[in-house]
Write a protein that binds this ligand. Structure first.
Ligand code: CA
Length: 248
């Protein structure tokens, strides 16, 4: 199926005031907007809608936003921005843990939301462009090697195929996890600061907090580490950031 030029946002939201404001605001910013008013509707219409990004309210009737997020993640790597209430901090962490790429809290400004959406789409464009390259590039600078595959220890990551294999098993990673792992592995053995990781993966204009990074690291550890509670691959460098260990 041909993708339209405009990016499509699937808005999963049951509050009419938000639906109206988002439909008008996002259309004005050049997005196509589809609306699902329940979790069930979001899941059943997802394939046909084929969105470029999903804006998912957590507080939905019947099927919860968390369950929708979990289910979408099992089917797709589509970028997901979760919407939570300011009072429900814990939901944010849980939402990130089940696979969201970013979050905003209500009430939010359309301008802030659009910046987040653009940041996610921009990163996805870069991934697609890298994946489209058929031959390895000899020298692209130290921070973005576009090699066929990076192998460190028992983890192998292939940018061209958007594939990750851990201890012989292919693992499907959501967009931000993939980018984070890519950046860490491309710099294996080096300490990467938290700021550098956030800039690189979420963009210079990222206005969220560092919780997003920490939860993504936790999710990656859950997949990469033999013992996620005692990480020996993605290690914390206290006061600085993280390092992907070069393994023998
Ligand atoms: Ca709601």
């Amino acid at each position: 199926m041909e993708k339209a030029e405009r990016s499509r946002v699937l808005v999963v939201e049951d509050e009419e005031a938000y639906v109206d404001a988002l439909t008008v605001g996002l259309s004005r910013e050049g997005f196509d907007v589809s609306v699902a008013r329940t979790g069930a509707e979001a899941l059943s219409g997802f394939d046909e809608c084929d969105p470029d990004v999903v804006l998912l309210d957590l507080m939905l009737p019947s099927v919860s936003g968390l369950d929708v997020c979990r289910e979408l993640r099992s089917r797709s790597t589509v970028p997901i921005i979760m919407v939570t209430a300011k009072s429900a901090e814990v939901d944010t962490v849980v939402g990130l843990e089940v696979g969201a790429d970013d979050y905003v809290t209500k009430p939010y400004r359309i301008r802030e939301l659009v910046a987040r959406i653009r940041a996610l789409l921009r990163r996805e464009d870069i991934i697609r462009a890298e994946a489209g390259r058929s031959t390895p590039v000899a020298d692209t600078g130290s921070d973005t090697p576009v090699d066929e595959a990076i192998v460190v220890g028992d983890v192998s990551l292939d940018v061209a195929k958007h594939e990750v294999v851990i201890r012989g098993e292919e693992v499907s990673l959501p967009l931000k996890e993939f980018e984070l792992l890519h950046y860490l592995m491309a710099n294996a053995g080096r300490v990467l600061t938290r700021d550098a990781l956030i800039d690189r993966v979420w963009g210079h204009d990222y206005v969220g907090d560092t919780k997003t990074l920490d939860v993504h690291i936790k999710r990656l550890r859950g997949k990469v580490e033999q013992e996620p509670s005692k990480p020996g691959v993605i290690v914390t460098i206290r006061g600085l950031g993280y390092k992907f260990e070069r393994q023998r």
